[in-house]
Structure formats: structure tokens, C-alpha cells
Design a protein around this ligand. Sequence first.
Ligand code: MRU
Length: 355
Amino acid sequence: MADDMTAVLRWADEPGGGPAVVLLDQTRLPAHEEERWCRDVPALVRAIRELAVRGAPVLGVAGAYGVALAAARGDDVEAAAAELAEARPTAVNLRYGVERARAAWRAAGRAGGDATGTALAAARELHAEDARASTAMAGHGLELLTRLLPAREAGWRLLTHCNTGALVSGGEGTALAVVRAAHTAGRLERLWIDETRPLLQGARLTTWEAARWGLPHTLLADNAAGSLFAAGAVDAVLIGADRVSADGSVANKVGSYPLAVLAHHHGVPFVVVAPISTVDLDTARGADITIEQRGAEEVTGSGDGRHAPAGVAVHNPAFDVTPPDLVSALVTEGGVAPPSEVRRLAAGYDGPRAT
Ligand code: MRU
């Protein structure tokens, strides 16, 4: 976890209080740094659906702790695991985290061991692995940018979408961890941050993290990105991913695909940074990725205000899919590869090493 931030997610089991998964409520940021206590799986599922905890890697960690929570409470673990895995459909990490803890719980139960303790240990292990993966991705990503981009005396101008920092991870995140590494290496001139309509993860969360990390940054409306490319003011785009299918297609926050098209048109590298747990070899093609559709109210208004006429028909997909030919490179904790080699990357890698 980064610096002095309230833990993005932690396990609590205080005497008299019972077990709980405690989240930093991301719906309250940046104005309020508040914890949200989930004392049972339905509460955690609600928090996931409301995006109090969000971003692919940490969704996996939350799912794993959720299985441990059900076990610790003596609830029906299989039912809880199914409910958690389905809380949001696109980020495959959620399913991955749930399955890992459920498999550990089942195996320990069959062997007559401490099934609850084993599920919790699996969640803690995934949490720590995710932090190590962040560090590795930051290193690989910086190396890639150094190879790919011409050296600029003032540093690089990088553009990002949504939020991919410490709020989505046990460590410093995915794409934003690479941006931070570039800053630390003295190579960042500016981070352009898309506001990321409709839920404003860029405006609310990435600006908050960038300020805490001292990154020089500028916020823009999503539809201002094109003019930045046209002005030659973007050296690379860095984004995360919610699922990478076997053909190397990348599902990420809606608005990523138009950026990829823009980047391609302007000859700018479009780099995707994601842990290998985001790769889903069971999903053959991008078109097979389930895209979460969210409520109309997210588009018709914001906060308590409504700006669209009541009852207007709304299209609100939470993610879009970028085809592999628009992705310059995929950065994972196992290394960097073109998206066409995602199978090799995923198959040849057996998990992050302890340091
Ligand atoms: O709907 P969200 O906020 O959960 O969407 C998050 C994203 O799209 C992130 O870019 C993605 O999970 C990658 S974060 C490593």
C-alpha cells in the first residue's frame, strides 16, 4: 500500500467485533477518506457493485477476502463465492481471487485442516502477490518506455484513463505505477488525466493519487484528448485492463478504445499494464468478453443533480474492448510482450516470486 494512505482494503477480526473486510470507500474520495466495514458477504457484494472497491487487481483480493469472511462467519461458502464472483462481470480478477480462496478452503476442508484459516491465508497471499506484481510491472514498464520513446529533455507526456494506482492494488497499481516510476526516474514532464465519464475515476481518484505522489498532472475532459494528440502533446498512452482475452484484446474502462484509435492515428504507443491474473485464456476473443452495463442514472446526472430529461434512453457500458492490433505492448509482472503473444506470457508464468 502506498505511503500513508488509509488501507485500500484490510482484514479485521477484533475481539467482540467479529470478522470484517474493511475498505477505503472510493465513492467518498477525494473529499472524504472513510472506511467502509463489510461484516458479511452481501455487504461486500454491495460495496463491489457500488464501486466502493474497484479496479481489477484489488477486486480479486476483495473476492478472496470475501470467501474467507463467509468461512469465518460459518456462512454457506459455496453460495457466497458464487455471489461474489458474479458481483461484477468484466474484471476476470474477481473470479480469479474468489476461485483461489475457494479452492484453498475446499482443499483444507477435505484434508480435515483449518479451512477458514487456509482461505484467509490464500487471500493474504494474493494481496501480497499483487503488491509484488505492481513493483515488477513498474520496472518493466519504465524499461519499455525508455526503449520505445525518444528521450525528451523535459521528460515524457503520458496520458492515462480511469484509475490504475494504489487504489486498485496491494501495491502501487498498474499503469499509474509505471507513471510514478517514470517520475521517480526524472522522466515525466506531465501526466494527462482523462476525467473518465461517467463515474469520474480519473477526475476523482487519479488526480488525488497524482497529487499525493507529487506527479505533475493536468485533468482534461475525455473529449479533449483528441486535440492533445493533434497538438503532438502526448508521447504515450498508459492504461490498465479488466480482462485480456486469448487473442490479446483488452477490455478496460469505457473510453479506452477511442484513445487507442487516436494513438494509432497519431503514431503514439498505446501501452496496457496489467497483472497476468487479468489474462483470461478461457475467453477466446474480445467479442466474447462480457461487458458490464450500468444504470442510466450514472449518465443522466451526477451527485444529486440530473442534467438529462427524465426517462431518456441511456447506453452505459462500463468497459470497451480494444483489439490487439491497436495495442503496442502488454506489460505484466512476467515481462513485456505484444498482445499477440499473450498466450505464451500467461502459460509460461507460474506466479510472482516472493522477494
Ligand atoms: O469500473 P472500474 O472503476 O472498476 O474500472 C476500472 C478500470 O477500468 C481500470 O482501468 C482497470 O480495472 C485496470 S486497474 C488496474
